[in-house]
Design a binder for this molecule. Sequence first.
Ligand SMILES: [Zn+2]
Length: 281
Amino acid sequence: MAKSTKASWNGFSLKPRKEMPEGLWLSCPSCKAMLFKKSLDENLSVCPDCQYHFRIDGPTRVNHLIDEGSFEEICPDLSSSDPLSFVWGDKSYRDRIRVNPEQLAAHEAMLAGKAFIRGRGVMLAVMNFSFLGGSMGMVVGEKFCRAIDRAIEETLPFVCVSCSGGARMHEGLVALQQMAKTSAALARYDQANGLYLSILTDPTTGGVAASFSMLGDIIIAEPKALIGFAGPRVIQQTIKIELPEGFQTSEFLLEHGFIDMIVHRKDLRSEIGRLIDYFGK
Ligand SMILES: [Zn+2]
């Protein structure tokens, strides 16, 4: 039998994605308009023609949200151990997470720190999809909880931006445990009368969607983000029912009462400021 030379699994290519070189044109996945990357960056990575919100990495998100230069990152050097001695393909998990921080904008799937947003002090946690798909492992859980502890200590509002494929399989149960750990931290924060604004971006799925993302006092989503626990194909194959159009999008979830509002990326800063003032935090 002829061997397939194409590296693929269920239609997904296993080839590493190429980084988009600076200064090139790219095509909008939604309206197919050709966009100059530099202009797109200046427009907060939103297509000016159809308002498609491109996925952005954690550090870029932080820069979009905060008052310039106000981010004081906490515990940036935390790194995972390898509890399962996990090997994936030809590389161990330990090797995969050992990256040169200069090569990657951030070397874990979450950045957390104190910052100012439109002059209001906040604790901010932002997920970084460019590190292993924003997956939640022990470092994400630990940073999240330390940010909450600091928010309680300094009576600050807590803002979290989710962007994740779910729990990190390489850490097994330890990754799943972060769902309970982050939820418990939020319960402590709630008892301390904290205000938690949860912002869901494309994609917010799996263990993150099933824990801290959906526990916000106010849940905000970016337009047309994929938000859900299991993927639509898995659900359809399990329950054998045709899923409604737009299932698991921000718009569908708003209509069905799972989230509170949809906010365009350009309005996020002002909306966060408005909500903090409204709740008097
Ligand atoms: Zn477009």
